[in-house]
Ligand binder design. Structure first.
Ligand SMILES: Cc1ncc(COP(=O)(O)O)c(C=O)c1O
Length: 395
């Protein structure tokens, strides 16, 4: 056997987050007081009513296979949510529930992409998009969205990136890692470009509930002509603090839904019946208690970062990440240790001051680092003290 592992999987790019993650875990295991700002999940527990719905499902024997695309009850609840909260009209038959939004996205790329197809991917992007697109045989066409443009794709950039091979454009608002949120006029302008090109729009709206003083909007609600080509992705992990339950969904045109359903029927079958039962209750009992806390943490963290030597930081309007530019420190040293890039910066920050952050390389933005504020205000304040001390030590 020349290669035991397939080319498909061997070609997956090694994650730039792995080394920080491995070190963070090792340090935590040693009992070191690491402040972990590299995580992508809320620090809240699943709300109790939702948790009990899961327990009830187990005890009452709601523990069997469901319809592959999810229970009708959950798909009806999602259809109602999409209508009332997003202004999107989907029938329950146009919804496929999966084991997390990550799973929904993977299904979508596999269902719509052929080798040679291109998917336009605005950078900074969430780490899994390029790999999922490649695993589906397609090519991610990365478009750099500048810090000056709020890390958002402009209509001109979109127009230029579209080729006869473009199969889809990916939008993620609010964004992981930048927290950028597309405003109404920006989505309308992108929509007008997309109206003229027959491509899919895959819109990942998993952070929709986490917006601060701005409104979350869904592109097809603003430009209804795109509805037959738009695939909406959302899930329960972030807004409902349900990361471990693995529950997400997509809604889209019937042919894509059928393809995704067929693929899922052979790959994983239905998502967990227990999680689905909990998802129905989560949708019915949502409270935005997290949003106020996240906003307060964001404000504290951003103003501290803006005051820090050699750090610039935009104010994110959504999600729970900040994405400061630390490139003014590249080329400096910590003692004898060189800091040539964001990977070295994050490694040194972790080793020296026990703050875990993710280098921007993982998101296609190597001048930046990502800090998650899904951790207590107290921890954030300590992390700020440590980071301020760290950057002052760089020379
Ligand atoms: C932008 C984005 N999309 C999708 C996901 C996937 O979420 P899940 O699979 O937990 O539903 C994440 C999780 O980090 C994310 O940040």
């Amino acid at each position: 056997m020349e290669h035991r592992i397939s080319t498909r999987v061997r070609d997956i790019a090694p994650s730039a987050t792995v080394s920080v993650d491995t070190k963070t875990k090792a340090l935590l295991k040693e009992g070191r007081p690491v402040i972990n700002m590299s995580v992508g999940e809320p620090d809240f527990d699943t709300p109790v009513a939702t948790a009990y719905a899961g327990i009830r499902a187990i005890v009452e024997g709601n523990t069997r296979y469901t319809a592959t695309t999810g229970t009708l009850e959950l798909r009806q609840a999602i259809a109602r949510k999409l209508m009332t909260e997003n202004g999107l009209q989907y029938a329950p038959e146009q919804i496929v529930v999966s084991s997390g939004a990550k799973h929904s996205l993977f299904n979508i790329f596999l269902a719509i992409c052929d080798p040679g197809d291109e998917v336009i991917l605005p950078a900074p992007y969430w780490v899994s998009y390029p790999e999922q697109i490649r695993l589906a045989g397609a090519t991610p066409v990365v478009v750099d969205c500048s810090e000056a443009a709020g890390f958002k794709l402009t209509p001109q950039q979109l127009e230029q990136a579209i080729t006869p091979r473009t199969k889809a454009v990916l939008l993620n608002s609010p964004s992981n890692p930048t927290g950028a949120v597309y405003h109404r006029e920006e989505l309308v302008a992108l929509g007008h470009v997309l109206e003229r090109h027959d491509v899919f729009v895959v819109t990942d709206e998993i952070y929709e509930k986490l917006v601060y003083d701005v409104e979350h909007l869904s592109i097809a609600a603003l430009v209804p002509e795109l509805m037959p080509r738009t695939i909406v992705v959302n899930g329960f992990s972030k807004a409902f603090a349900m990361t471990g339950w693995r529950l997400g969904y997509m809604a889209g045109p019937t042919d894509v839904v059928k393809a995704v359903a067929s693929l899922q029927s052979h790959a994983t079958g239905n998502p967990s019946s227990i999680s689905q039962a909990a998802g129905v209750v989560a949708l019915a009992t949502y409270e935005d208690r997290m949003v106020r806390m996240f906003r307060q943490r964001r404000d504290v963290l951003v103003s501290a970062l803006q005051a820090m030597d050699g750090v610039t930081c935009a104010l994110p309007e959504g999600a729970f990440y900040v994405f400061p530019n630390v490139s003014a420190h590249f080329g400096k040293r910590l003692g004898e240790q060189a800091i040539p890039n964001a990977v070295a910066f994050c490694e040194a920050l972790l080793e020296d001051e026990l703050v875990a952050a993710v280098p921007g390389d993982a998101f296609g933005a190597p001048n930046h680092i990502r800090l998650s504020y899904a951790t207590s205000l107290e921890q954030i304040e300590t992390a700020i003290e440590r980071m301020s001390r760290f950057v002052r030590k760089l020379h």
